[in-house]
Design a protein around this ligand. Structure first.
Ligand code: ADP
Ligand code: ZN
Ligand code: MG
Length: 479
């Protein structure tokens, strides 16, 4: 029997507001534990929450970017559960009436564009953090994160493979980061995802029993976890077993999943409208204002890069995957208006050094104007492409600009014909055997002479000129 997998994702994104969702505590990361707290986010009796307007604006922005219908009236609800990182014993969330519903995003997959439905986008607040001490039998609680605004984006079960899921997740990530409403850091948990997966015989339309996977903090692990889970489902069903609806933890060390708890049902949470918060009204003025502030998103930028800069679609895809990379490209092209050459250098040297160093683009030691400077030196013929790579590496390591490096290390390309001719004549005199063999028809030896000349100039001779002069000089010796 052939199975098909069905996947739906629940994504939580921490919003980049300055203050928390319902109080004025700062959301700043890295403060002393429990210092960014107040009676509201600590859940003290008698305190009253007030919605952060910015958090709502960000939610609306995301809803527009995901083609959702925005509800004029939505409601905050209490999701009740007990855990030490949740001082109120309930999380303010939304239940029956979320801010936005019925949207979609078009996702670039290996088999073309695929439309993934967005069931809903709602607002909620984050919980605190428990810190477990490995050496002592104690745990600590830090409530700085308690009350930080989140949006949850719930997809329809529209994905059919782990690759689909990763592609969808990357699209959401790109949109959030482009909008500037989430920093997208998966390792630190400001962008996290629960993956729901089930399988069914191919051709069937019913939904199979699903499991929900947690604890995957990279795109790769989401894919790995789902792949493992799909295989586990298949093996269970083919072995005549039954699946139960449960929540499972992905274990990155083994690449497998472990049962965490049988899935709680919505009614376990005793959702009810939060009596401390008024129904949430989103008026048309706000929606229009957000619509107008919507920036160009990755897929539109990609199209424009192909159209206006004439770079290949693949390159445009890579360069627009991150907003900061796209901005880097555009800045460099503004100074050095040869998009193809900027793109080539970014796709190779720049990305290579960036990945190896793990530096953020904005703090890369080679900034757009530096790269543009290097490229124009090459274009002027001041240095060869080969030397260009050496200079780039030096720029990256030292932060110096290309002019300075070329000058200090004497790397200026030798294009002077007399200088090169003198050098070549000397090399031909020093290698009479090779000259004779060349003249007797072993013309491949030209490479040997080019090599000798480059060596003599420490790679600085203009290779084209070297080739021309060499051929000339060797021909002269024939007579
Ligand atoms: P729950 O009540 O368990 O949270 P929901 O119906 O709210 O379940 O769905 C949560 C997520 O799981 C959604 O993204 C949805 O698309 C996905 N989902 C629901 N049922 C299935 C299923 N049978 N297989 C895979 N994904 C599913
Ligand atoms: Zn507070
Ligand atoms: Mg649900």
């Amino acid at each position: 029997m052939e199975f098909e997998s069905v996947i739906g994702l629940e994504v939580h994104a921490q919003l980049l507001t300055e203050t928390k969702a319902f109080c004025s505590c700062t959301t700043k990361f890295g403060s002393a534990p429990n210092s960014n707290t107040c009676p509201i986010c600590l859940g003290m009796p008698g305190s009253l929450p007030v919605l952060n307007k910015r958090a709502l604006e960000f939610t609306v922005l995301m809803a527009i970017a995901c083609n959702c219908e925005i509800n004029e009236i939505s409601r905050f609800a209490r999701k009740n559960y007990y855990y030490p990182d949740l001082p109120k014993n309930y999380q303010i969330s939304q239940y029956e009436l979320p801010v936005a519903e019925h949207g979609w995003v078009d996702v670039d997959t290996s088999t073309g564009f695929k439309r993934i439905g967005i069931t809903r986008i709602h607002m909620e607040e984050d919980a605190g953090k428990l810190i477990h001490d490995d050496r002592k039998p104690v745990s600590y609680v830090d409530l700085n994160r308690t009350g930080v605004p989140l949006i949850e984006i719930v997809s329809e079960p529209d994905m059919r493979s782990p690759e689909d899921a990763a592609a969808y997740l990357k699209s959401l990530h790109s949109i959030l980061v482009y909008l500037g409403i989430c920093d997208g850091n998966m390792e630190e948990g400001s962008f996290r995802c629960d993956a729901n997966v089930s399988i069914r015989p191919k051709g069937q339309t019913y939904l199979g029993t699903k499991t929900e996977l947690k604890n995957m903090n990279s795109f790769k692990n989401v894919q790995k976890g789902l792949q493992h889970e799909i295989e586990r489902h298949e093996n269970t069903l083919l072995g005549g077993g039954n699946l139960i609806q449960e929540t499972r933890l992905f274990d990155p060390a083994s690449g497998t999943t472990i049962s965490m708890r049988s899935k709680e049902q919505a009614h376990d949470y005793r959702y009810f409208p939060d009596p401390d918060l008024l129904p949430l009204r989103v008026d048309l003025e706000l929606i229009e204002r957000m619509r107008k502030s919507l920036p160009e998103l990755a897929c539109q930028k990609k199209e424009r890069f192909v159209r206006d800069f004439g770079i290949p679609e693949y390159d445009a895809g890579v360069l627009t995957a991150e907003r900061s990379l796209a901005e880097y490209f555009e800045k460099a092209v503004e100074i050095f208006p040869n998009p193809k050459s900027v793109s080539n250098w970014m796709m190779t040297e720049f990305m290579r050094f960036l990945k190896a160093s793990g530096t953020a683009i904005v703090s890369a030691p080679v900034q757009p104007s530096d790269l543009a400077g290097l490229l124009s030196m090459m274009e002027r013929g001041a240095i060869s492409g080969k030397i260009g790579k050496v200079v780039f590496e030096e720029m990256w390591k030292t932060g110096k600009d290309s002019n300075q490096i070329v000058e200090e290390r004497g790397l200026v390309q030798v294009s002077d014909v007399t200088e090169i001719t003198d050098m070549i004549r000397k090399i031909l005199l020093d290698n009479p055997g090779e000259v004779t063999r060349y003249l007797n028809g072993k013309t491949q030896l030209i490479a040997f002479f080019v090599g000798q000349t480059m060596k003599a100039t420490r790679g600085r001779a203009n290779p084209q000129i070297v080739n021309e002069i060499l051929t000339d000089e060797l021909e002269k010796l024939r007579n």
